[in-house]
Design a protein around this ligand. Sequence first.
Ligand code: ADP
Length: 228
Amino acid sequence: MANLLFNHANRSDVQGGEIVELSKRQEQIIEIVKANGPITGENIAEKLNLTRATLRPDLAILTMAGFLEARPRVGYFYTGKTGSELLTEKIKKFKVQDFQQIPVVVREEVSVYDAISTMFLEDVGTLFVVNEKSCLTGVVSRKDLLRASIGQHDLNALDIHIIMTRMPNITVCRKDDLLLEAAKKLIEKQIDGLPVVKDTEDGLHVVGRITKTTITKVFVELATDSAL
Ligand code: ADP
């Protein structure tokens, strides 16, 4: 996977278990095909001031390695299939709105006991907390609830707004954000989930959620190439 994901700064590819380092000429051929494809072998040769016969082994290697595809009567075109470029480009187009899941939201006055029940019932690890105007005021995680539970508190008498992480310290994302940016926030802030919010006059409305599970699913689907 690393081969796929990381850019070919020094372009190489695995072929039959062997690493194929591309020659300078092969690199040039790829650039020509990228810019001009589909292009015939003859035309590539012309651009390099070489004969078609001289290029034949290079074209064979590039085609076998998957960098180029040859179509009869059309010519060579750049596939990008084995490089990281297509995959990276694809991932960079993923938007939050295409992957967001339904958020689980509770009111500030809910007790820690009820928040724990909600987490089990809804099968989520993060609850988003809202006020009477349905605006985001906080986040409660599993560990927040564990921490509250190991104290002396009566969990029915303790409201979650006492223990939640509160605005303005909530990290959020919006539906038009790149999924990659949301994933970076999860890593940087070391959190499990982000609320997807919509800006309203009253504050932020929670319209979705992006979690580490969302990102893991995308990763697996990319690798198995299903539907993405
Ligand atoms: P856990 O605490 O169960 O490991 P997290 O890593 O998501 O789960 O949460 C760590 C801390 O960060 C918790 O105190 C939680 O309230 C807080 N937190 C979780 N999500 C966010 C968020 N989107 N913005 C700000 N703080 C968050």
